[in-house]
Design a protein around this ligand. Structure first.
Ligand SMILES: Cc1cc2nc3c(=O)[nH]c(=O)nc-3n(C[C@H](O)[C@H](O)[C@H](O)COP(=O)(O)OP(=O)(O)OC[C@H]3O[C@@H](n4cnc5c(N)ncnc54)[C@H](O)[C@@H]3O)c2cc1C
Length: 284
């Protein structure tokens, strides 16, 4: 299929993009890897596409103030190869190779992935596990929204119709930080049937501040809070048992809800092992 006709504009600056968004039915174009497919299938018929790729300074990765800041236009491949991300945001480094295939990662952007908010996407769950922040610019100025408040419903986020996601901010990992990531997909590169992004802090022989964010099991990334508590008590079997009560996946073409809940437990077992060791051995 081909998209319905649309006008095209290239934003020169953030302010220019926000001005252009005043037009009815305008959409931002970043890597185009999700948007163009949506247009080709005529699931959306915007009147105007606003290309944000030429906006300066949105493609930077910077370590500031104990946080790593990743610009919205950083492409998946740039993040995948970044030594700053490997060192200071290892969960992101573990997750990115699971996103699609190299051709998609060459064009797709971190901001596009977060703004699109596919419920089976890896990065939204990583952001929730890491307690990251989304930095947004809109007609009223700039604001920051925590990841857990950002993802609101199926493909719905805290972004308003005239907002641009400018970057994400994540607390920088240190020697005590632990990260784990695992997913089930039919083929490598497919969207996950079920996935788990997790982080924790090593405290002696124990884990503290455990955060488990599942994806593919609901409309938005889902924290498994009871499982987190059980794991902090060293009770992995209790944590797996708790998943039955706190995850409510739907049956779909790929698997029943019961199978997905079972897979969620299998992933937790794998990720629990990863969390016990330093992440540096697993980050490419
Ligand atoms: C075959 C295939 C397989 C894929 N597999 C996976 C996968 O396994 N996991 C996964 O996570 N993703 C997967 N993707 C999607 C890929 O990660 C996309 O890159 C990503 O979802 C969107 O990023 P983009 O830069 O291409 O955004 P675009 O397609 O340009 O935009 C997507 C949406 O986000 C909005 N948007 C983009 N940037 C901003 C911004 N800065 N501020 C506000 N709104 C913005 C756009 O207006 C649009 O609505 C796959 C894509 C394809 C084609």
């Amino acid at each position: 299929m081909k998209p319905a006709p649309f006008a095209f504009a290239r934003a020169r600056s953030l302010a220019h993009a926000i001005d252009l968004l005043a037009e009815d039915e305008a959409r931002l174009l970043a890597g185009g890897q999700s948007l163009i497919a949506t247009l080709n299938m005529r699931l959306d018929r915007p009147r105007l596409l606003i290309d944000i790729n030429a906006i300066p300074a949105l493609d930077r990765i910077a370590l500031t103030d104990g946080h790593i800041e990743i610009g919205a236009l950083v492409r998946h491949v740039q993040a995948e190869r970044s030594t700053e991300i490997a060192r200071h945001a290892p969960l992101i480094a573990l997750a990115i190779p699971h996103i699609g295939h190299p051709a998609i990662r060459n064009r797709g952007t971190i901001g596009g992935s977060i703004a699109f908010a596919d419920p089976a996407a890896e990065l939204p769950a990583c952001l929730v596990a890491l307690d990251g922040d989304m930095e947004i610019a809109g007609p009223e100025g700039r604001r920051v929204v925590r990841a857990e408040e950002f993802f609101q419903a199926l493909f719905q986020t805290a972004l308003g119709p005239r907002d641009v996601l400018t970057s994400i901010r994540i607390p920088a990992a240190n020697g005590a930080s632990r990260a784990g990531f695992a997913e089930f997909a039919r083929r490598h590169g497919d969207y996950a049937m079920v996935g788990l992004a997790a982080c924790a802090r090593a405290d002696g022989g124990q884990l503290a501040d455990i955060r488990l964010a599942y994806f593919g099991v609901g409309a938005v990334p889902v924290r498994a809070r009871k499982a987190e508590v059980a794991m902090a008590d060293g009770d992995l079997e209790g944590a797996i048992a708790a998943l039955g009560a706190e995850l409510h996946p739907n049956d779909d073409l790929h698997a029943t809800a019961a199978v997905k809940t079972h897979l969620a437990g299998v992933l937790l077992r794998r990720v629990a092992k990863q969390l016990m060791g330093p992440v540096s051995e697993r980050v490419p």
